[in-house]
Design a protein around this ligand. Structure first.
Ligand code: UDP
Length: 253
């Protein structure tokens, strides 16, 4: 069998050439990194969990008309996706203060935001992904004003969908990051959600106990990352609990 061509290797995923033009295969690794890859480890099963969780979220988003790159899951670690031109920005939405915003602005972790706050970070590891303004984005041609408006609209729709889904299983969506790609259809282009949506790129807190169920477990060494992600997956009905296959989300009273 011909060896397929690797297109890109990132910290947590590898992209391979897809079976048809304009497609790619996205492979989820078990590698975990934090603090711009200063802290790293291999977490058994993380790739499998993130592949399944990202499939679940992206399928739901596609289903409500929020376009994403996801086409279908191929196996435990791989999914078929649409090739996009990635916009070099990380779009962060915050519902509750945490992480870098709490540090930068001195706002206590856990403070609810009066409305979702959207931030853009320029994707450049050598600069540590700096926070940038819309002025920078337009001046340096990373995206147009129309792209920015479209990215904000997409990010807010993802936020509403993900917040509701998580609330239904007793989890607060504190914040998350998405990446957005450009696709070309004839003379037209549009923006779609790309990369992944998983507990690697979200902050998820149990509503009752405040327990962290996301990558902060790894960043802060406060328990088993695989257990935290498995908890999210089982509550959503994505993974079986104790060997019992569930068919859908389990509502928390
Ligand atoms: N995030 C991410 N990748 C990054 C930076 C942030 O997925 O390179 C996510 C992070 O998991 C959190 C949100 O974006 O859900 C906001 O992160 P923050 O700016 O607070 O940065 P951090 O505290 O992770 O440095």
């Amino acid at each position: 069998m011909a060896r397929r061509r690797m297109v890109y290797e990132g910290k947590a995923k590898i992209l391979y050439e897809g079976p048809e033009p304009e497609t790619l295969i996205q492979y989820f690794k078990d590698d975990a990194t934090a603090y711009n890859a200063e802290k790293r480890d291999v977490i058994d099963g993380k790739g499998v969990l993130n592949n399944r969780l990202s499939e679940h979220f992206m399928t739901g988003l596609n289903g409500i008309g929020v376009p994403t790159h996801f086409i279908k899951r191929l196996n435990m670690r791989e999914q078929l996706i649409r090739a996009v031109e990635i916009i070099p920005l990380e779009v962060v939405v915050r519902n509750i203060a945490a992480g870098s915003m709490s540090k930068r602005l001195g706002i206590a972790e856990g403070t609810p935001m009066p409305r979702p706050i959207i931030e853009f970070y320029y994707k450049d590891d050598s600069l540590g992904d700096p926070l940038v303004t819309e002025e920078h984005i337009i001046a340096f041609n990373w995206a147009t004003q129309q792209d920015i408006d479209d990215m904000i609209a997409l990010a807010l729709r993802v936020n509403d969908y993900m917040s509701g889904l998580m609330y239904g299983v007793g989890i607060r969506l504190v914040d998350f990051k998405i990446e957005i790609g450009r696709i070309f259809e004839g003379d037209f282009q549009r923006l779609i959600v790309a990369d992944e949506i998983s507990p690697d790129s979200c902050r998820l807190w149990d509503i009752e106990t405040g327990q962290k169920l996301d990558k902060d477990v790894f960043r802060q060494d406060i328990g088993s990352l695989a257990d935290a992600y498995t908890e999210v997956a089982t509550r959503l009905g994505v993974m079986p609990r104790n060997g019992t296959v569930t068919s859908g989300p389990k509502l928390v009273n």
